[in-house]
Ligand binder design. Structure first.
Ligand SMILES: [Zn+2]
Length: 411
């Protein structure tokens, strides 16, 4: 099965060579071809160029994209889409003035999600997560990372990761699983955090590695949750079992989590709403990519990751949703890209680079995803007729997507 897309108003994120990350100043450049064609054979991007150079290509199907923009699908490198139920009641309570602490004391927060998850069957979890995954693919996501972390027991974490494994098998998009081993301190370990870390390093990580259920190891490194010492123990054990660190740091406090991640060759350090100059210096000496989650800042009304500081220092930056029931109940990458421009002063070019190539880098799949490049996976978005790709970012909140193609097939 081959598809030829013709008369594309603008083909966006076109790369002649297989660029796998864009940093600093280079993020301002988003190569495009106006009045373009794109040829897909089976699941692969085979050829593209200007319409005037289109000769001798015959395809099984032709799509006329007059007035429409074509770009690679979004690469969402940070989500928690496997969860049970929702936390709408807490959302309303917060609007009515209850603090996060009040809510936690009433049994809310991550512990609430954990209880729901522990009580849900694997099939129930799978069905709920499938719906969310289907929706985000329709919104243009073509590669996604999914974390565990609401289990808080060995058994429930394994259940979550098995659900992710099923999603990975059943859905056509790229799915990368992460063991978020230390997300919150379970009630049973309220006064025995070390006991919980012992359980994580002695039982949970080895069990997950044994079943090959995760590629990455994650920790919520934050005051009141897991400190540098806890994080170090989890990352060391994870690395020993072949898992690459990819961690939550600096959401509310900057106290050295970035340096610890870099020391353990983390693929990414995510959140970074709080950042100090040492963090930037450390990242400059590394291959670790910072990941910003503007949907979370929006929902919680907390500061946004200082994207300008990071990019102006020459660093790369990726954008992801953080889709989760507590702090970001949305998996819409289109909104994330808009929010990055509106709230973080990223240019549309920077934001699109951050949500495609760099998002793919943050999942270690940028050799096959994240750009329109010969030989890469044919995962693309065809927009409705819009004036330009700037409009996609500018007219936020509307769905500008007409068609999503995953592995060369219309989804
Ligand atoms: Zn998260």
């Amino acid at each position: 099965m081959s598809i030829l897309i013709t008369n594309i108003k603008e083909l966006v994120q076109v790369r002649e060579t297989n660029v796998t990350i864009v940093k600093g100043e280079d993020m301002k450049h988003l190569p495009t071809i106006k009045n373009a064609y794109l040829f897909i054979d089976h699941d692969t991007i085979v050829e593209f160029g200007n319409m005037k150079d289109l000769v001798g290509i015959e395809a099984d199907e032709t799509i006329d994209a007059t007035g429409k923009t074509v770009l690679p699908t979004w690469c969402d490198s940070h989500t928690h889409i496997v969860y049970a139920g929702d936390r709408t009641q807490e959302f309303v309570d917060r609007i009515n003035g209850l603090s996060y602490e009040n809510i936690a004391n009433r049994g809310g927060g991550i512990l609430n999600s954990a209880e729901n998850l522990q009580n849900a069957s694997e099939d129930e979890l799978y069905n709920q997560a499938s719906k969310r995954l289907t929706e985000v693919i329709k919104l243009g996501t073509g590669a996604i990372e999914i974390k565990s972390g609401y289990g808080l027991t060995v058994e429930a974490e394994l259940k979550m990761l098995r659900v992710i494994k099923r999603l990975k098998k059943d859905f056509p998009i790229k799915v990368k699983p992460t063991l978020l081993a230390a997300h919150a301190i379970p009630k049973e370990f309220k006064n025995n955090k070390d006991g919980f870390i012992d359980l994580v390093v002695n039982e949970l990580i080895p069990a997950v590695a044994e079943e090959h259920l995760a590629d990455y190891i994650d920790v919520f490194c934050e005051k009141g949750y897991f400190d540098l010492e806890d994080t170090q123990r989890v990352l060391e054990t994870g690395t020993k079992h072949g898992l690459t660190p990819k961690i939550h740091v600096n959401q509310f406090n900057a106290f050295g989590g970035v340096a610890l991640g870099v020391k353990h060759n983390a693929l990414s350090v995510d959140h970074l709403e709080e950042l100090n100059p040492e963090d930037i210096d450390t990242l400059k000496q590394s291959n670790t990519i910072p990941v910003a989650l503007p949907g979370c800042s929006y929902f919680l009304s907390i500061p946004y990751t200082p994207a300008r500081q990071l990019i102006d220092a020459g660093l790369p930056l990726a954008l992801a949703t953080d889709y989760n029931p507590g702090s970001t109940p949305s998996g819409n990458m289109n909104f994330v890209v808009s929010a990055a421009c509106i709230k973080m002063k990223m240019t549309p070019e920077e934001a699109i680079n951050a949500a495609t190539i760099n998002g793919a880098y943050a999942m270690d799949v940028s050799n096959m995803y994240g750009s329109i490049c010969r030989g890469k996976k044919a995962n693309i978005i065809i927009t409705k007729a819009i004036p330009s790709y700037h409009y996609l970012v500018y007219a936020f909140g509307d769905n500008h997507i007409d068609t999503v193609i995953i592995n060369g097939q219309q989804y």
